[in-house]
Design a protein around this ligand. Structure first.
Ligand code: NAD
Length: 471
């Protein structure tokens, strides 16, 4: 019993501590500031058993009641957003206002999902027979979340899974466990014990969960490399899967855009959350006629954008969230330097042990350079010239990833036509980073498997059941 009571796990409706702990670091200074439970194998068993015991009652609870509880959970997140946002900033790094927006946004997302009811399809209704296909919940869901949008991406799983009638064991990233643990405790009064369990732990816990026989489905958001391990592990028990994985999104900027209008939007589509967004613009293809002008405008915005501690007034972008990711981005920067690419950097960053990296634009690197080919997940953006639309579409599609992409043009008919040729799960025209709770989101190619959000996302937590009645 060595952990602070504040950060307890929620198992079977109880606040639970653990023998071992994991340390939580503030990325704005590199210092440990809290401890979270490191869930043992026995505690994982307890959580799964609790969720299994709660499943039948929860499944048989009328959907309207389940929806009402999920709506209430959304209310609580919105109510506590300001208070949770300070903790969010300490563990995740993002400035406090933007942190509060994520928590509030997660609450309104839950409200929207709480309005959804799965359909029933009647395929025969005659004197002799009645046939319908309805959707039934799966059982206990294993939910694994990443550190870049720790609250939002967790609630994208919680809301549909619980509305659908499943129970859940949720695990946040070891880098950002605290807000999620708090939310577990906050929502504990709403759902019956065992319906919604939250556990935390180190690198061993994810594999322990995916190989646990008690789960019916794994819903995972994280990197493509980890997603492959999750899929392999899930295959043993033939568990259902949703995988929301990495991306290397291309944006194509046509020569007819109004740069006064779009430059800042393009900038924040690439750098918001210090570029730690699965759907951030990670390759920026710009028509050669406007290339220099846009590059100079982006450089000026970078210079005027304060990167620093998210608790300080005026900070727009925070640090990289963790040391592992920080070193990865530094390695990409080193490679860019070693291969003599031209880099344009924004304002200076604090040198205080925090994981800070200046906003960096790489000026027209070769297509095969690492910074173009790899998902950086940090503020280093390759900007590339094009002159021919067929060529640039091919370059944009030339990736194992297929998460999202953007087209910027005044000619929206032409942009719609280009959008049809982009091989990604989401395509934006004259906007970016926009997602809705009623619209399916998922990756093509190695960016994912299955979808979240919308009715398609809800049905990923259910199985069709055909009922044949002879009259
Ligand atoms: P990650 O894959 O390192 O970790 C994600 C989660 O998986 C963490 O909770 C981690 O503890 C857990 N995990 C690690 N190894 C595991 C294993 N073998 N089995 C089971 N679980 C395991 O990813 P990350 O670094 O936290 O997140 C960044 C990545 O996530 C980026 O590639 C980003 O593009 C991607 N991402 C995708 C989406 C999307 O919706 N498609 C959204 C956000 C982030």
């Amino acid at each position: 019993m060595t952990v602070n009571d504040d950060y307890a796990m929620t198992i079977d409706g109880k606040a639970v501590l653990s023998e071992k702990v994991i340390k939580v670091i503030n990325p704005a200074n590199g210092k440990i500031f809290a401890e979270a439970p490191d869930c043992s194998a026995e505690q994982l068993d307890e959580a799964v058993t609790a969720a299994q015991s709660a499943f039948r009652n929860w499944r048989d609870t009328p959907i309207k009641e389940r929806q009402a509880m999920v709506r209430k959970a959304g209310d609580l997140l919105i109510e506590h957003a300001a208070e949770l946002s300070r903790l969010f900033t300490r563990e995740q790094g993002r400035p406090v206002d933007a942190a509060a927006m994520e928590i509030q946004g997660a609450g309104t997302w839950m409200h929207a999902v709480a309005e959804m009811t799965p359909p029933v399809h009647v395929s025969a209704d005659t004197e002799t027979e009645f046939v319908e296909t309805r959707y039934v919940p799966l059982g206990v869901i294993c939910a694994i979340a990443p550190w870049n949008f720790p609250v939002n991406l967790a609630m994208w799983k919680v809301a549909p899974a619980l509305v659908a009638g499943n129970t859940m064991v949720l695990k946040p990233s070891p880098f950002t466990p605290l807000c999620t643990l708090k939310i577990g405790q906050l929502l504990n009064g709403i759902f019956p014990p065992g319906v919604f369990n939250v556990i935390s732990g180190g690198d061993d816990l994810g594999p322990m969960m995916t190989s646990h026989p008690g789960f019916a489905k794994i819903s995972f958001t994280g990197s493509t490399a980890t997603g492959k391990r999750v899929m392999e592990s899930a295959s043993k028990g033939l568990k259902r899967l949703t995988l929301e994985l990495g991306g290397n999104d291309a944006a194509i900027v046509m020569p007819d855009v109004d740069l006064d209008e779009v430059a800042a939007k393009i900038f924040f589509g690439a750098f918001f959350n210090t570029s730690q967004i699965c759907v951030a613009t990670k390759r920026l293809y710009v028509h050669e006629i406007i290339y220099d002008d846009l590059r100079d405008r982006l450089a000026a915005i970078a210079e005027a954008t304060k990167v620093g501690d998210g608790t300080e007034q005026g900070t727009v972008l925070g640090p990289i969230q963790n040391q592992r990711q920080y070193e990865r981005v530094l390695d990409l920067m080193k490679d860019a330097r070693d291969t003599e690419l031209t880099m344009i950097q924004g304002s200076a960053v604090p040198k205080n042990g925090g994981y800070f990296i200046p906003i960096t634009i790489v000026d027209n690197p070769p297509e095969d350079s690492r910074v173009v080919q790899e998902e950086a997940f940090g503020p280093i953006l390759p900007m590339l010239k094009f002159s021919d639309i067929d060529d640039v579409i091919e370059r944009a599609n030339n990736s194992d990833y297929g998460l999202a992409g953007a087209i910027w043009s005044k000619d929206t008919d032409k942009a719609m036509e280009i959008a049809r040729r982009i091989e990604t799960g989401t395509v934006w025209i004259n906007q970016n980073l926009m997602l809705r709770p009623d619209t399916a989101f998922g990756g093509h190619k190695q960016s994912g498997f299955g979808v979240e959000n919308g009715m398609d996302g809800l049905l990923e937590y259910m199985a069709p059941q055909a009922v044949y009645l002879a009259r």
